[in-house]
Write a protein of this length. Structure first.
Length: 226
């Protein structure tokens, strides 16, 4: 038993080619996730789930394990993260290895730190949660979001159009960095975001979606500032 860190990193990436091993301020972006997981001292195993031999070799050079390659079924665009995690857990079970907690840590999450991972683990175990993940507050109240229909703009929630921003309840979105959970959440097909899910609120400076080259440049700029 113990804790397992899974870093999903398939080879195919259409918007940013070879995204998971693209250089981010001098080293492959996946290296940050590997090093943070290792430096947290939380995990009995830090592994990378990939279908790509080059990614596997780079991952191993930074200290991760790649005990098996991802199946072809879970290496396409349609495969979900949950399916990938399930496959990894099942493969370890075949080897007689079982884990109490699993952390899915994304390969393109350089802002995650060993301290944040430890904070998450302390919170999930201390509060008897089933899962926990970081979130970021929306920078503008989503209750005052606008929509455009046939060129005409209007409020999505017209009842809030005269509300003051400071009077509206805060809303958050997933930071897209990691999910720490009881392994049973995966094996039993439970919802990661459910009644027993907790969270850590992080700042906008600690997160950046990386889906385009512009996002990549913004992430590097934020990382330097951080």
């Amino acid at each position: 038993m113990g804790n397992l860190a899974i870093i999903p990193a398939r080879g195919g990436s259409k918007r940013i080619p070879r995204k998971n091993i693209k250089s981010f301020l001098g080293k492959p972006i996946i290296a940050y996730s590997i090093e943070n997981a290792i430096n947290s001292n939380l995990f009995d195993e830090v592994m990378v789930s990939t279908d790509d031999q080059e990614i596997a070799e780079i991952a191993k050079s930074f200290g991760a394990k790649v005990p098996f390659l991802r199946s072809e079924r879970n290496a396409n665009d349609e495969a979900t993260t949950f399916e990938v995690l399930n496959e990894v857990i099942a493969e370890y079970a075949k080897q007689g290895k079982y884990f109490d907690y699993t952390c899915c840590l994304y390969a393109t999450a350089p802002f995650t730190s060993a301290n944040r991972l430890n904070q998450a683990f302390s919170k999930i175990t201390g509060n008897k949660l089933k899962s926990i993940f970081p979130v970021v507050e929306f920078s503008f109240p989503i209750q005052r979001a606008l929509k455009i229909d046939n060129g005409i703009v209007n409020f999505v929630n017209p009842e809030e159009k005269n509300s003051r921003s400071q009077d509206l309840e805060k809303r958050y979105h997933d930071a897209g960095q990691f999910y720490f959970m009881k392994t049973s959440v995966i094996t039993e097909g439970e919802e990661i975001v459910g009644n027993s899910a907790g969270t850590i609120v992080i700042s906008e400076l600690e997160a950046q979606d990386i889906d385009s080259e512009t996002d990549w440049s913004l992430a590097e700029l934020k990382f330097r500032l951080k």
